[in-house]
Design a protein around this ligand. Structure first.
Ligand code: GLN
Length: 325
C-alpha cells in the first residue's frame, strides 16, 4: 500500500462571538508563534472565526459567508489567505448563507492556490445550530471525496502523471453523535459511512462541549483543573464513536482497511453558558494491530498521536502517514 506523509496543523483557540477581525488576527498570531513549517493541511474549528452560540437568525447575519460571493464574507477569504501564505490546504468551518435565506453550518476545503475544492455541510445538527436557524445538509450519507494532496497538481500539473488520491471524509462536531441523540448509539452513522466508503483521512472541525458545560450539567460552577491536559473522557468518547475502525473482539466488521487518521479540531472558551472542551486530537487507527475488548485509547489499534489541553490555545502539529487509493 502506497502512503504519503502529511503534516497537520490543528488550531485550537477561543473565538469571540462576532469579532471576526480580531479572531483572524489571533489565529495568525497563534500560527506564527507555533514554529509551524511547511504544513500540508491547516485545520480550524467549526465556525472558526465567527463564534458559535448565536442567539438567533438575526444575530448571525453579519457573520455569514456565501460561496457565490466569497469577497463579501470573511471566513472563506481568510482560509484562502492562509492557504496561500503557507502553501497548504486549509479546512475552515463557517456559517454558510445559501440562496437568500437558507443557513448551513459548513466547512470548506481550500487548495494551496486558494481554490475551493469542497464544501461540506453539517448533517446532524446540535440544539445550538437550531437556535440560529441552521438547516440540515440536504445530502445525507456522509459522502467521502477523493483529494489529491499534492501541490503540483494545483500549481503546475504534469498531464502525463497520475496523481494519487486520498479518500477523505468530513464531519462537523454533532455528526459524530447519534442523530439528534435519538438514533441507537451503535448505528455509528458517520464512522460506519466513512468505513464503508474506505475513507483514510477524516477531518472534523468542532465546537464540542466540555462535559462540565453549565448548559448541559446541573452544576452551576465549573472548575477546569489541569487545564493543560486533554479531557480523557472526551477523547475516549470520540474514539468510541469511531468503533468500526477499532480492532474489537465483538466487531463483526472485516479489519481489512489498514490505517485511518482522524483529526478532531476543537475550540475552547465560554459563550454564555456553553463551555467548549478543547482536547483537539490527532488519532490513528491501525486495524493490523491486535484485537481487544477495550473501547478507548488503550485499544492496541488506537494511537493518539497528540492532543491539546482542555483549555489551552495552540497549534497541534503532527506528521501523519496516510494510505493512498
Ligand atoms: N454533541 C456535541 C457536543 O456535545 C455537539 C456540539 C456541536 O455540534 N457543536 O459538544
Amino acid at each position: 500500500m502506497n502512503t504519503i506523509k502529511l503534516r497537520i496543523a490543528c488550531v485550537q483557540y477561543n473565538p469571540r462571538i462576532g469579532q471576526i477581525d480580531s479572531n483572524i488576527s489571533h489565529v495568525k498570531r497563534l500560527l506564527l508563534s507555533s514554529n509551524l513549517t511547511k504544513p500540508d493541511i491547516i485545520i480550524l474549528p467549526e465556525l472558526a472565526v465567527t463564534g458559535y452560540n448565536f442567539k438567533d437568525k438575526d444575530h448571525i447575519q453579519t457573520s455569514l459567508d456565501s460561496l457565490q460571493n466569497i469577497q463579501s464574507g470573511k471566513s472563506i477569504k481568510f482560509g484562502q489567505e492562509l492557504s496561500k501564505l503557507y502553501n497548504c490546504f486549509t479546512i475552515i468551518g463557517y456559517p454558510e448563507k445559501f440562496q437568500g435565506s437558507t443557513i448551513y453550518n459548513s466547512a470548506v476545503l481550500i487548495s494551496p492556490i486558494g481554490t475551493i475544492l469542497h464544501n461540506y455541510r453539517k448533517t446532524f445538527l446540535y440544539e445550538t445550530d437550531e437556535k440560529w436557524g441552521c438547516s440540515e445538509n440536504p445530502q445525507r450519507g456522509f459522502k467521502s471525496i477523493d483529494v489529491v494532496f499534492d501541490r503540483e497538481f494545483y500549481t503546475n500539473p504534469d498531464p502525463q502523471k497520475n496523481y494519487s488520491k486520498v479518500r477523505t471524509n468530513f464531519g462537523i462536531c454533532m455528526d459524530l453523535n447519534p442523530y439528534k441523540f435519538e438514533a441507537p448509539f451503535n448505528e455509528f452513522e458517520f464512522s460506519l459511512a466513512s468505513y464503508i466508503q474506505g475513507a483514510k483521512l477524516i477531518l472534523c472541525p468542532m465546537a464540542w462541549l466540555s462535559p462540565l458545560s453549565p448548559s448541559i450539567t446541573k452544576v452551576s460552577k465549573y472548575e477546569l483543573e489541569n487545564e493543560n491536559e486533554a479531557d480523557d473522557s472526551t477523547v475516549n468518547y470520540w474514539i468510541l464513536r469511531f468503533f468500526p475502525f477499532l480492532s474489537h473482539r465483538n466487531s463483526i466488521l472485516p479489519k481489512s482497511f489498514g490505517k485511518v487518521n482522524v483529526v478532531c479540531c476543537n475550540r475552547i472558551g465560554l459563550e454564555d453558558d456553553v463551555l467548549f472542551g478543547g482536547s483537539s486530537s490527532v488519532i490513528e487507527f491501525d486495524s493490523t494491530k491486535g484485537l481487544d475488548e477495550k473501547i478507548n485509547s488503550e485499544n492496541p489499534s488506537v494511537n493518539v498521536l497528540g492532543s491539546l489541553g482542555k483549555n489551552t490555545e495552540g497549534v497541534l502539529i503532527r506528521d501523519i502517514e496516510v494510505e493512498l487509493d
